[in-house]
Design a binder for this molecule. Sequence first.
Ligand SMILES: Nc1nc2c(ncn2[C@@H]2O[C@H](COP(=O)(O)OP(=O)(O)O)[C@@H](O)[C@H]2O)c(=O)[nH]1
Ligand SMILES: [Mg+2]
Length: 345
Amino acid sequence: MTSSTTLSRDPYTFQPLAAGSTHSADGHPLPTGWADAHVHCFAMAGARASGKSLYTAVVIKQLEELAGRFNRVVEPANSSTRDRFRTFYETPLYREMKHMPATPPVSNADAYQRDPLIFSLGRWADADGTFRPHFLVLRDVAGEDLEHLPDSPGELEFFRHSDLIVFLFDPLGVQQIRTYLKGLIPPQNLTGGDPEDVLRNIISVLGDQRPRLAVTISKFDTLQQLAETGQNQWAEIMGNSGAAFRRDSGLMFNAHDQQLLHMEIESLLRYMQADRLVNLINQDYCWTGQGSGAPVDSARYFAVSALGESPRGEQLSRRGIAPYRVLDPLLSVLVPRGLFLERNS
Ligand SMILES: Nc1nc2c(ncn2[C@@H]2O[C@H](COP(=O)(O)OP(=O)(O)O)[C@@H](O)[C@H]2O)c(=O)[nH]1
Ligand SMILES: [Mg+2]
């Protein structure tokens, strides 16, 4: 008998699993201890080149570092995760210091993201003091599949059951920002599509479900550079030393700080002429429907930078990677569930 039947989830579909299951619905073996574990399911979203894969690589590294402070170890929960994480995320970014190739669409035979990345977060105490294993499942997707839904949209159904969708918004997609940044950062390849299309497609995949959505400005380092641009309204906004977005969260999560950031990022997005996106979110995402139960705050705003600095061509900055607020979206789910709680003493 297990007492956690509603907590264990299928890492492929993100749906609840029957009590005691040792395999996913389609027959994949699950890591040891799965049936009694809490499983936290995250899905990446965003147009092509919005930064999903780099974020995925860096967020796991940051989580490993944070776990160390809590005397826990974050590690791949199966050999498939270990191999794929090393080959497709860790090696290009941390060893070769290079960009990752674009994630292949799910219709490709070599779509390595078809299998979820599963990490053990160690054992944490429940409200009643019982220690249980916790796992984090992260599904990366190809931006191409979100800009144009695949023929078999069932492949993306896990979105409906995720604990959080991390929806990345690339500020370099905004013409005015690129103009201001000209000469300040090396020219970037612009291949991404329209984030509004991506959001509409996600909403269509979700049907009537509204899992929490973290609307996240990625590559925030580029906006931070705007503080250096002299006399213009962007330099003023980004140079405002009182703003929450000027402070890194130092790997910790603080609900009050996050609330401030939420409001600041919403207005930044409007300022970036992304009003339509924000309006769409307010209208179609935070909708409460008739008795739908979708919370009004089902969408929250975040800002992250995986790299901390713009890459030059193929090569990442030699000064290394200096992530900024990368963990915030994940911690907004994990901390209220009792993990990585800041100790007051
Ligand atoms: N300046 C800056 N550029 C980034 C950052 N993250 C990603 N990029 C750039 O965006 C490109 C696409 O990133 P990637 O993670 O592959 O995007 P994906 O297609 O959404 O998976 C990278 O090659 C980098 O050039 C960041 O934090 N800062
Ligand atoms: Mg990718």
